[in-house]
Design a binder for this molecule. Sequence first.
Ligand SMILES: Cc1cc2nc3c(=O)[nH]c(=O)nc-3n(C[C@H](O)[C@H](O)[C@H](O)COP(=O)(O)OP(=O)(O)OC[C@H]3O[C@@H](n4cnc5c(N)ncnc54)[C@H](O)[C@@H]3O)c2cc1C
Length: 489
Amino acid sequence: MMVVDYVIIGAGYAGLSAAALLSHFGFSVVVLESHTYVGGCASYFDRKEFTFDVGATTLSGLLPHQPLGKIFSTLGITPKVKKLEPGMVIFLDDKKIIRYANQQRWITEAEQQFQSKGQKKFWDTLFTMEAELWNMLEHLVYFPPTSLRDALTLLPLIKPSVLRSSTGLIRPLYVLLEQYGLHNDRQFVRFVDEQLLISTQNKSDLAPLLPSSIGLVYPSETYYPMGGMNKPVEQLEQSVRKNNGSIFFKQRVTSIEQLPSKQYKISTAKGKEFHTKGIISSIPIWNLPAITSGSIQKYFEKKSRQHPDGWGAFTINFAIEDTMDLETAYYQLHSQSPIPYCSSDSLFVSFSLREDREKSPEGWYTVTISTHTKAEDWFALSEDEYERRKEAVTKHLLQEFDNRFDGFKGAVKQYVLAGTPRTFEFYTKRYNGYVGGIPHTIEKPLPFMTPNKTPFDNFYVIGDTTFPGQGTPAVALGAWNVVQRILRK
Ligand SMILES: Cc1cc2nc3c(=O)[nH]c(=O)nc-3n(C[C@H](O)[C@H](O)[C@H](O)COP(=O)(O)OP(=O)(O)OC[C@H]3O[C@@H](n4cnc5c(N)ncnc54)[C@H](O)[C@@H]3O)c2cc1C
């Protein structure tokens, strides 16, 4: 039986980043993916000449010192992306807010849209903090530390400025709103809260200041991937294959067993077996107790208990006739009334660009709408009740869409398809249909996240339920860090 250096479980952004880097550096790798193609929560589906993103739609972290930037340049990959200006447009009550990518333009816009006093200082502080955090993250390969050796590597980083910034891990973003006198501007707090919810998965009272800076600043560095979110990840797939790595689809891992030799035996639902010296799992930590045993199982049970919370997502995809010009590809709409069975007051609407003819033919856009929901509200229901809830949410979201985009009045919509936590569970096999990782919170800040290195020989965990969290740049960073660890061994 051939023994490979690493088996990577899952072919989303995390798994394929790790696999592509390891194969680039000469390791033998096998990727096992349960679905029929790559991407996971950033995958796609086709209907005739239309391509729809299933979850993630925005790409970021592409600057040279940021995770996807570093991974792509190491692998010689040039993703086909377009930087957006404005990064986003937000409809809030009767306001249309243009979230310019340019820092000064955005601050001027924020000052005009909200209570102006304090805006400049608030945003300048966030932009500074965001830059500092990216610089810090670059050096946190051994974080959270899992041994004395890991901890010692952090010593050179202990400087007064870093210690000062680190307090932003246990203080909520709300303190910054208070500091600059913005906490009484209810509308501004709602604006901030809904943007934090899509980036940190928490609102300003609980989201730690430091990760919130990335969460609020990211529309300044937002890229539209031409052809869909799956395209860059397909380039990672090609890189794995070019470097003689193997990717097997429809191979759901059902068991991981450590052998007396310290190697691992991995079995799949299709009855295949793989022997490997190391494992990189990119599936949620919550999925691991069901496919492990003994001390490994106990470890992941403990981690799952420590981080029990996750969100579900409700999504709608459709194609719509191109009857209006759009300022950008990404819009956030604050709902004019509570969205039934959903936990957020806003919906995120992503359009294909006119120039992106891979996603839709001329005369059409494709649209993805998503919002937060409690995953638990979609299971253990009769089929009738499930369909009723799905229809109620779909109707509400489409109504919000129609109310906000006058220019689409009368435009034909095709293939209106809704996705619930059940859909995500079915296609991505994620436990309970939880997506978007583990919410960032001051109660369990970054150092308490599950480390990428486990206590078991050559067994690593990456992906959005592990350090440093959710979103394609974060999961790419986890993969980058693990590969750095392996290379420096
Ligand atoms: C609605 C929505 C919108 C989002 N928007 C954005 C956005 O705009 N920008 C952004 O950066 N992020 C966004 N995110 C978050 C982002 O999609 C995820 O954080 C990221 O894609 C997670 O990548 P991953 O590789 O960690 O996990 P996944 O994408 O879940 O990949 C894991 C893979 O493992 C496979 N798998 C599962 N179990 C097994 C098994 N037992 N054996 C083999 N394979 C298995 C799955 O099929 C999947 O392909 C969004 C998420 C959602 C749900």
